[in-house]
Design a protein around this ligand. Structure first.
Ligand code: FES
Length: 158
């Protein structure tokens, strides 16, 4: 269920593209995500009506590009750097451990709404590799074990 503000936000974006066709779909999805934080079912329906395209097509595009989120971010949003320096220092193992522990895929949010995980390109802190950011706070030189301790601490603080 979306708030009136969210609906108005989506409508405002669509109004900017009165005669838009399929070629504007990515742009519209990007703007909606920036304004609302994710691509909701309601947004997909409204975009599909506006562009006169089947909702299944909009959904297909939104799921194809991993820049789009289909659920709201969690209370704790974990961004894991997959840049080269972090990769060389083991970011993949850290990512795998986080996803396994939280039982979600990258780009998803836990059922309780507490955690969401996103992989990002270099966040400019290569000297701290491998690095994650949680709600914008950086954690340096994380390991598969240390990252679980960080998550557990956040869970305890709930
Ligand atoms: S590669 Fe991870 S911060 Fe630069």
């Amino acid at each position: 269920m979306e708030t009136l503000e969210v609906k108005a936000g989506i409508d405002d974006i669509l109004k900017k593209y009165p005669d838009a066709e399929r070629d504007k779909l990515i742009l519209i999805l990007q703007e909606v995500q920036e304004a609302v934080g994710y691509i909701s079912k309601e947004a997909i329906i409204r975009i599909s009506e506006h562009l006169r395209l089947p909702a299944s097509k909009i959904y297909g595009v939104a799921t194809f590009y991993n820049q789009f989120r289909l659920s709201p971010i969690g209370k704790y949003h974990i961004q894991l750097c997959r840049g080269t320096a972090c990769h060389v220092k083991g970011s993949k193992a850290v990512l795998d451990k986080i996803l396994q522990y939280l039982k979600i895929d990258a780009g998803k949010t836990t059922r309780d709404g507490l955690f969401s995980v996103e992989t990002v390109a270099c966040i400019g802190a290569c000297g701290l590799a491998p690095v994650i950011a949680i709600n914008g706070k950086f954690y340096a030189k994380v390991t598969p074990d240390s990252v679980i301790k960080i998550i557990e601490e956040l869970q305890k603080g709930v």
